[in-house]
Design a protein around this ligand. Structure first.
Ligand SMILES: [Zn+2]
Length: 107
């Protein structure tokens, strides 16, 4: 069996294990992370990762509700490889200067 996992159909009915970027209202990348678990009531446990190292953030284990995750400021990926490719080649705005929206994360 040599087929790559990325070539299999993605089960988008289950967000657990999926990767994401979040963006400020100005469209600049804010966080990258992964869904760890589905909790009751539409809540999910998420893990965010450092931009530079790609390691899990020390304070990056959080709970988010699907109502927050289901807007245009979240982009979804089946694998971390897809997430990294989108960041490198997908035209994602990750410039170092603060963008004009004034809502960017402080980091
Ligand atoms: Zn911004």
């Amino acid at each position: 069996m040599t087929a790559r996992k990325a070539q299999q159909a993605t089960d988008w009915a289950d967000l657990v294990g999926k990767f994401f970027h979040t963006f400020c209202v100005g469209g600049r990348a804010q966080t990258q992370g992964r869904i760890l678990a589905r909790l009751d009531g539409g809540y999910y446990m998420i893990q965010t990762y450092e931009w530079i190292s790609g390691s899990p953030s020390f304070t990056g284990t959080r709970i988010a509700h699907v109502s927050v995750m289901s807007n245009e400021h979240w982009a979804w990926y089946a694998t971390d490889e897809d997430m990294r490719e989108a960041y490198e080649y997908g035209g994602i705005d990750h410039g170092r200067m603060k963008c004009v929206c004034q809502t960017d994360a402080d980091d």
